[in-house]
Design a protein around this ligand. Sequence first.
Ligand SMILES: [Ca+2]
Length: 472
Amino acid sequence: MRLTGPSQLLGHLLHRIATFILITLTATTSISAEKNRKESQTRSVPNIVFILADDLGYGDLGCYGCPDIRTPRLDRLAAEGVRFTDAYSNGSVCSPTRAAFMTGRYQQRIGLEWAVFYDVPEEGLPPQETSLATMLHKAGYFTAMSGKWHLGYGDWNPTRHGFDRFFGMLGGNVHYFEHYGRSGTPDLWLDERPIQRPGYITDLIAEYAVRFIGEAGQRPFFLYVPFNAPHFPFQAPGDANREVTPKKDWQTGDRSVYAAMVESLDTNVGRIVDAIDDRELGNNTLVVFMSDNGGDVHARNAPFSGGKGTLREGGIRSPCIARWTGRLSAGKETPQVAVTMDFSATFLALAGATAAADRPPDGINLMPALERRERPEERTLFWRRALDPWRKNVVPQRAIRQGHWKYVDYPDGRQELFDLAADAAETVNLRDAQPEIAAALLRQLNSWEAHVDPPLYNQREAAEKKRASRLK
Ligand SMILES: [Ca+2]
């Protein structure tokens, strides 16, 4: 092209400038679109799936050294994620741990220190408490629960506590095939409606969870799956025709039945994980698996002593696995001391949600410990099992763990001090050998107890009155 005059030259220059501006604008727009997309991906909240087993022993999974139960799916989950060695349940029985998870705080703060008794309407997670599900729902999450609630009936049930969807049972245990509780009352619900659905309850819970993952689509979701397995009644998937009757043989069973129940649990956890992975959601979904308390009669709590209902390690130490593909290292093991309510705090942090100012979480966000290989955060954890107005054989007890020291005491004056690093089975009482350490831990335990006792703690008196009136 030849330029023959000043006007042509000016026109050409203007054209070049316009083209340059256009290209720059296009490039800038494209870069900023990419930046926005990346920022939005960074900002986007993960899906959260919290799977709880019921009365599963610490040593009942292959990845925790179990020799006689096959758990390939949970072992694979551990191989793809992080396995905790020192995770705990908040309580040594069902309801207290669930209350701590849903409130993100020590269950003693709401006076829920025993397993909610069947058909007692005034116990559970009080309607005025703001649950984790409510907080996540307000943060934009689609929320569902599939499984065992055990935090109350009626106004206290999951749909009144922030769950958009609910399938499962309200009580503490049901017949695995007939779905009635130990009082003989049907206990299977869809949202707030009683329903009947044939099938083994462990399968049904997973089926509903899988369906919900499909329903969620692109919405961020919080899925809470508290399986009732392997809690009694001890019924394996092949036991449909074996008669099991409340009060007669509700707690009859053996290790082989229990093992089959755990293997069914494993298979069904696998179904839920498959539903996540089939939808390619693994990179944006945190999956956590743990138990609500230590193993019961047929469980293997090795290498610990004690079991469900006690504050020995066997009653509160839990298998625990966290998987978030691409975000957490695969096949990692962490010695971080953690407790159920830490996951509540972790989920709130991931969701960008904030608890009410007068209800700050008692747990910590575990993501730094899960993501980095730095030294674990030091923790001091407390437990208390109070008198149970409904179960006369309960032994009240309190415990504190700090570092590798654990101190336990009882109302009758017994005091125990254990060095968990040297004596995981808690067989050697060092109370007299290390009186200063025991005294220091006792002081902290007393201080914590004075701090958590809320006005609602007098629910205990109300419950005792209720029980007395029922017995008249
Ligand atoms: Ca339990």
